[in-house]
Write a new protein. Sequence first.
Length: 220
Amino acid sequence: MSADAGKREAARSALQFVEEGSIIGVGTGSTVNHFIDLLASEGPRIKAAVSSSEASTERLEGHGIEVMELNASGDLDLYVDGADESNRLLQLIKGGGGALTREKIIAGASRRFVCIADRSKLVRALGEFPLPVEVIPMARSFVARQLKELGGIPNWRENFITDNGNQIIDVSGLTIAEPIKLEDTINAIPGVVTVGLFARRGADVLLLGGEDGVERIDRR
Ligand SMILES: O=C(CO)[C@H](O)[C@H](O)COP(=O)(O)O
């Protein structure tokens, strides 16, 4: 089974969490694109979605699904999103698609975060995938120096601007032994908008699509 087929099966499995007539949070990425398409074709009819990116908004609206502002929806019962890596505690690295800040906001405003991914995203320790950090543009070089002091190798994602008008630094080489501590440390650097470590607010349920079907892991 290809990774993409695994993503699609995980996305299909997330439909069971969607309530008819509800407002749900929707993440960003190729796995979420499957979720949006499947929701439109075979899922329950929702009232509206709160979207984490312009790309997902466009896809949702293309299917005739109403997109609502988080300011208007209030807190949500469900958020469905993908991840670049997850450990068994359901702490995540996210932001490969650059939507990490809005994703973290909607995850924080949701009672249940269902993460969908293909099986290759489950890792023993976070950190092989370069950690995305969204930064205010004028702070980029300063933040990069701070990230170097933490032992990372910062790499500016050139020619990429986030939906919030900011830039992304992808950090490799970091040892992420204590994800919550590192999340707090990076978030405290002036000029950092968000780090793509979702350790304080990880997922509640992880659905992993692969050869043997969809494995479900619940947060302990
Ligand atoms: O965090 C994200 C976007 O900012 C995505 O969830 C993450 O990059 C996974 O993407 P994909 O589903 O395409 O593998």
